[in-house]
Design a protein around this ligand. Structure first.
Ligand code: CDP
Ligand code: MG
Length: 666
């Protein structure tokens, strides 16, 4: 296997001078283009240095003088944090000083911050207070090829802002060749009318391509489809480990559950490896991990150890891990899908696009020739779509319509969309916002309710719940529930082989009425006297980090409310049946669209569309009796649609608090 000779020494990323990155030799032309064009589109392979280097080039070239800031947006929170930490390291400062990041509920930036990484969603939110985003001299929209809905909306806003701020510079970076489409978008006339003659003469932007060096990659397919791709992925890891030369392995699966299973299976089987040989270290990478856990994957493996990273599509383009020689691609990705008839949004494992498959394979050839093992047949590959449908065409638009309205864009149909959303999704979102009281019958934002809902950093259904809570006398409790359900993961930890313990401890907090009140009980106990500590969490199967985050999120939400002049009465009423009723009624005012009724077989039927739903095994309502319920969210695993965070309600409340939502349908 001469081609895998590791004789040529491999330089660890942290010490690799940035002058060696493909982007280095384009520095001057890049800066010139940005200087002379309102929009610059940078196309370059993952790992060429776009995210980490461009902001530093700009800063050195003086784009941060006069207190101006550079914004670099990311579709994913994980990417915003890991990349900011990396750039801070290269820059030589603590994260939060000159280089910082801001993601929802976590702001690691300060008045000294000049290079600020943030999610594109957060930048849209910033436009509510600063409509021209005037503190930024350059806004770099990174990973634009992913076409997340926030990216699309942000590009639409920037196109508007650009006209009012000719000095603003926009950099769009993409890992794939969609550059022309972005440029056409900025060059085209507005749907809203005004276009200048001058613009026709001079294009708004330029495209620069950073050709990067890659090594050849052998792509291998399966003869016949795999029955269970997680199992097959694990098997392939061990085949590579025994048959192939040195080099780390990157495995693409779809989500946390699969990844945790695979990591566990790999670690178990690794124990049986022949002693004395190279050992194996399997690490997970997905959005729900703490920043610290994410960092492990970037560290070099200990000597004589092969590192196996099992990741979601985060590792496809957003973050770069060095030393990968083998890629195993299961061929699926979790994508949001919104069903306008049922009003249910779920994350569903979907076949990847050809573009994504080639991105994934590309991860193997960064430091030397590599191999990509696709866990599907070549025929399956040929049947894949070239690109995935942009998120804006398959997601619940309610949060975005609310934002646009709050930004003064009333005619959301004629907004500058890169790709317009289907009319059905637009009307569905408008209907929901109307029933929530955010829009009036002329589809205008209501004041103060609609405006405040847009400002609160939680999705519209929770925002409505929070803003109604004082009238039900349960604001303190709803604040806690909002924080506990905004964590993006579970607060319960099930340690290996301790399923029983989890059940037993959870029973201590369990509320007959369902998950929301159970979460409330857990939080109350956690913040109770002398209990705010990891020991308590460990003994009660709670995730200490998640609980600590809940405390911080709660405080932030409380500050929002106080800014609106809403006072929070924190005198702890021990939840009486009366408060429990108020809390459940209040939840119904926000979550009526997520209502379901239990069927004789124990499954649920969604009220709005008649879909069959199942209580997630992590819910208290799993295997319990109920009649009418509301739920926080839907998650799809395999071929069943699961609902999570479920609370019993009464049918009468649904009619009372849903402002005609269910009548509209008759
Ligand atoms: O954005 P793009 O994919 O073009 O590249 P980048 O993220 O700027 O990465 C440039 C280099 O920095 C690569 O060699 C990465 O491996 C390295 N890097 C790293 O080692 N650790 C990070 N957290 C981010 C980047
Ligand atoms: Mg990047």
């Amino acid at each position: 296997m001469a081609e895998f000779d590791l004789g040529a020494s491999f330089i660890p990323a942290l010490h690799k001078p940035s002058a060696l990155l493909p982007i280095a030799k384009h520095r001057d032309s890049l800066l010139y283009l940005i200087e002379t064009n309102p929009v610059t589109i940078v196309v370059g392979q993952t790992g060429s240095g776009k995210t980490t280097q461009i902001p530093q080039f700009l800063e050195q070239a003086g784009w941060c003088e006069d207190g101006k800031v550079l914004a670099i947006t990311q579709p994913r929170r994980v990417a915003a944090t890991t990349v900011a930490i990396r750039v801070a390291q290269e820059y030589g400062c603590e994260p939060g000083k000159e280089v910082g990041y801001s993601i929802r509920f976590e702001d690691v930036s300060s008045a000294t911050t000049r290079i600020r990484f943030l999610t594109d969603g957060l930048l849209i939110r910033e436009a509510l207070v600063d409509p021209l985003l005037s503190r930024y001299s350059v806004i770099m929209v990174d990973e634009a090829h992913e076409r997340s809905i926030s990216t699309d909306i942000l590009l639409g806003l920037l196109k508007k802002i650009m006209k009012r701020r000719p000095e603003l510079r926009i950099v769009i970076s993409s890992a794939t060749l969609q550059a022309e489409e972005f440029l056409r978008f900025f060059d085209s006339h507005d749907a809203e009318g005004a276009s200048s003659v001058e613009k026709e003469a001079k294009p708004a932007g330029a495209i620069i391509s950073l050709e990067g060096r890659t090594y050849p990659i052998d792509v291998l397919y399966l003869d016949s489809p795999a029955e269970d791709y997680v199992e097959k992925a694990v098997e392939t890891v061990f085949n590579i480990h025994t048959d192939e030369a040195e080099g780390d392995i990157l495995v693409f699966l779809t989500g946390r559950e699969e990844i945790d299973t695979a990591v566990r299976m790999i670690s178990e089987r690794a124990a049986d490896l022949r002693p004395g040989g190279q050992s194996i270290l399997a690490l997970p990478l997905y959005a729900g991990l703490s920043t610290e856990q994410q960092m492990y994957v970037f560290e070099e493996a200990p000597e004589n150890t092969r590192k196996i990273i099992v990741s979601t599509n985060i590792a496809e383009a957003s973050v770069t891990i060095d030393g990968i020689v083998y890629v195993i691609d299961a061929g699926f990705v979790k994508l949001k899908a919104f069903d306008p008839t049922t009003g249910i949004e779920s994350l569903t494992a979907t076949p990847v696009s050809k573009a994504a498959a080639s991105q994934r394979a590309g991860r193997a050839g960064r430091t030397k020739p590599g191999k990509c093992f696709r866990l599907y047949t070549e025929d399956d590959y040929r049947a894949l779509p070239d690109m995935n449908v942009p998120e804006i065409q398959r997601t619940n638009l309610a949060p975005f319509i609310l934002q646009l309205k709050a930004l003064g864009i009333d005619n959301v149909v004629r907004f500058n969309y890169l790709t317009p959303p289907p009319a059905e999704l637009l009307s569905k979102a408008t209907e929901l916002l109307f029933s929530l009281g955010a829009l009036d019958e002329y589809a205008k934002l209501t004041k103060p309710l609609g405006m405040r809902m847009a400002e609160l950093a939680v999705e519209p259904m929770m925002a409505k719940t929070l803003l109604t809570a004082s009238s039900f006398g349960c604001l303190s409790e709803i604040l806690t529930i909002a924080a506990m359900t905004s964590l993006g993961g579970s607060v319960w930890v099930q340690r290996d082989g301790e399923k029983k313990q989890l059940e037993a401890t959870r029973r201590k907090f369990a509320a007959e009425e369902g998950d929301h009140l159970t979460l409330l009980n857990a939080y109350h106990t956690f913040v109770g006297k002398g209990k705010k500590e990891s020991r308590f969490c460990h003994d009660n199967s709670l995730d200490f980090k998640a609980m600590t985050r809940a405390v911080s999120i709660r405080a932030q939400l409380k500050r929002y409310l106080e800014r609106f002049g809403i006072q929070v009465d924190e005198s702890l009423k021990l939840s009486s049946p009366a408060t429990s009723d108020q809390i459940r009624k209040c939840l119904t005012t926000g979550y009526f669209a997520h209502a379901a009724r239990m069927q004789p077989d124990g499954s649920f039927q969604n009220v709005a569309g008649g879909t069959t739903l199942y209580a997630h095994p992590s819910s208290l309502m799993f295997n319990r009796k109920a009649d009418w319920v509301i739920f926080h969210e839907v998650m799809e695993t395999g071929n069943k649609t699961y609902i999570r965070d479920i609370t019993k309600i009464e049918k009468g409340w649904l009619l009372e608090y849903s402002a005609g939502f269910y009548h509209l349908r008759q």
